[in-house]
Design a protein around this ligand. Structure first.
Ligand SMILES: [Zn+2]
Length: 605
């Protein structure tokens, strides 16, 4: 069966239907159908055609004359057609095809002097056709070629009206050396640089070592992308002449430094220097007065010049996993900065000036290098997200409580190592604006959380040393989740939580008793899983509302009567039996199958 899609225009309206042509030979015909001139004779007004596989066969004289748009996936390497002339073709798209050097389709496809667009995607193509017949071409795209970049006909230099040129390799490629009339892309030749109307140039993943200095002549260029050109070591000084440039992308190249002229790119809005060998930026970078987005992710950058402070419009600064060691004081002058990623860098301390980042919304400080936050952090009044995953920050300044816009404070894996005495690190008393607090791997034996009047959600997870958890005056808390705290013995002051709706405790093997739950009138969910020592007592019985759910699983010691009126799901609690709407899949059982107690537990499930 060949799948054939016709699209054509009747009275200005696009109509579209799928037509399947069945061949008698069975399923193996899929890419073998021959479309004959007779079949097309019934479609004299056909303007758009999309084909997958097959071939054109026969004499096409005076057919397909209205043809404007032609897309062919898996086109044949040898067209079985005579007198084909697509004299009105405007858009040609070929994909997933093996096109030989002297393909007999080029003649008919490139016959129209007004051809505007050529897209060749995933084509195995050793050389490009000669473009001399279609000098009005606006868009030329070669994308995802394999096994090697095609050799480009030097006739490309004649395409004076070309606006967009993309040569994108499927993967990083070695380019062949070649002779006339083709060139390879070891060096971006001056031929391309003669395309004066070019607005977008993408040469990605090519084995290119240099850009010809005449690149600076492309005065209308707004987008230049050279990403994944892993042999490219530098940009020519003439790059500064690209005064219209909005986007410069050299991600994943070997560029070591930027020329001073970079500061002349007054229109530049986005610069991606990620994954490069760049160690420092020239002072002139302060001249990039339109820059909104600077990406230095995974680069070798160690310092930023003080002139960075002149980037008054900069909104995003990405330095994740770069080698940056310190920030200049002028960083605080970035009054428009909304997002700063400093995760997993070499920075140990933040300058006080960061308090001046008055627009900052997101600050990412993940990683183990930063051990201290400056007090000025409290001046970031618009800060909504502060991320400190895997942080070794030992002390939170009291001013953190002034961050009134802050949404969840992620203190995940706040590791307080070497904590000897029970409460070396009390939580700051002024955390009162937080809505959601996540304490993970918190190293203390005792955590006392109080006066967090706005707190609605609290997670305490993976606190291996925690014995006592004190929670007082959390009158607004609605959700309490405690997981994997193997030494936890006591949870105090729970009964004051008048708003608590959800209480979930899991894998706390030392806890024997839950606090009194009978006064928690709003509780609608109580979940207890894998608390091996837990005993049931009448005191711990909650006053679950009618719609509430009690979910007990994997609690070996739990025994006693569960009141009939409750909606219960009980699973793998040998002394209580098993009933309720049990889930088909117990995540805990599944996880524990890898552990040494797996077999024992499997018996209960
Ligand atoms: Zn289970």
């Amino acid at each position: 069966m060949t799948h054939l899609i016709f699209k054509w225009v009747i009275n200005g309206l696009y109509t579209y239907f799928d037509m399947c042509i069945y061949n008698r030979g069975g399923l193996l015909f899929s890419k073998e159908h021959n479309f004959t001139s007779e079949e097309f004779s019934r479609l004299p007004t056909l303007r758009l055609l999309e084909l997958e596989g097959g071939n054109l066969v026969g004499d096409f004289k005076n057919f397909l004359l209205s043809f404007k748009w032609f897309s062919w996936c898996h086109c044949p390497s040898d067209l079985q057609v005579i007198n084909l002339c697509l004299q009105n073709l405007v858009v040609l798209k070929l994909s997933d095809s093996k096109i030989p050097e002297n393909w007999n389709g080029w003649g008919p496809c490139l016959a129209n002097h007004d051809l505007k667009v050529i897209h060749l995607i995933k084509c195995c193509l050793s050389t490009t056709p000669n473009f001399s017949t279609c000098l009005k071409l606006r868009i030329l795209v070669f994308a995802k070629h394999y096994p090697e970049s095609p050799q480009i006909s030097s006739s490309i230099g004649k395409l004076e009206r070309l606006k967009r040129l993309e040569i994108i390799a499927d993967r990083i490629q070695q380019s062949k050396l070649s002779g006339s009339p083709y060139f390879d892309l070891c060096i971006v030749p001056s031929t391309i640089c003669h395309l004066k109307n070019l607005s977008s140039l993408k040469l990605e993943g090519l084995h290119m070592q240099e850009l010809h200095p005449s690149i600076g002549e492309l005065a209308g260029l707004t987008c230049l992308s050279l990403m994944h050109c892993r042999q490219l070591r530098k940009l020519p000084y003439s790059i500064g002449k690209l005064r219209s440039l909005l986007l410069l992308n050299v991600y994943n190249t070997r560029i070591r430094e930027l020329p001073n002229s970079i500061g002349d790119l007054k229109m530049l809005e986005k610069m991606n220097l990620g994954c490069t060998k760049i160690r420092g930026l020239p002072k002139s970078v302060g001249g990039l007065q339109s820059l909104l987005d600077l990406n230095l992710r995974r680069s070798k950058i160690t310092t930023l010049p003080a002139s960075i402070g002149y980037l008054k419009r900069l909104k995003c600064l990405y330095m994740l996993r770069s080698k940056i060691r310190e920030l200049p004081n002028s960083i605080g002058d970035l009054k428009s900065l909304e997002e700063m990623h400093l995760g997993y860098t070499q920075i140990r301390e933040l300058p006080n000036s960061i308090g001046g980042l008055e627009s900052l919304l997101n600050l990412h400080l993940c990683g183990k290098k930063i051990t201290k936050l400056p007090a000025c952090i409290g001046r970031l009044k618009r800060l909504k997200h502060l991320s400190m995953i895997s942080s070794k920050i030992r002390e939170l300044p009291n001013s953190i409580g002034d961050l009134k816009s802050l949404l969840p404070l992620y203190l995940l894996r706040l590791e307080l190592e070497d904590v000897k005495s029970p409460i070396v690190q009390p939580l700051p008393s002024k955390l009162r604006y937080f809505d959601h607090l996540i304490l993970g791997r918190y190293g203390s034996r005792e955590i006392v959380i109080e006066q967090l009047e706005s707190l609605r959600r609290l997670n305490v997870e993976d606190c291996k040393s925690l014995v006592k958890l004190g929670l007082s005056s959390l009158g607004w808390l609605q959700e309490l989740i405690i997981r994997r705290c193997p030494k936890l013995m006591e949870i105090r002051d729970l009964r004051e939580m008048e708003s608590l709706k959800v209480f979930d405790i899991e894998t706390c093997s030392s806890i024997e008793r839950l606090p009194k739950l009978s006064e928690l009138y709003k509780l609608i969910f109580l979940g207890i899983c894998d608390c091996r020592s837990l005993q049931w007592s009448t005191e711990s019985s909650p006053e679950l509302s009618k719609h509430g759910l009690l979910k007990l699983s994997h609690c070996e010691s739990l025994q006693g009567a569960v009141p009939n009126e409750w909606r219960c799901n009980i699973h793998a609690c040998p002394l209580l039996g098993e009933y309720g709407d049990l889930p088909n899949f117990c995540e805990w059982c599944w996880q524990s199958k890898r552990g040494p107690r797996a077999r024992m537990r499997a018996l209960h499930c």
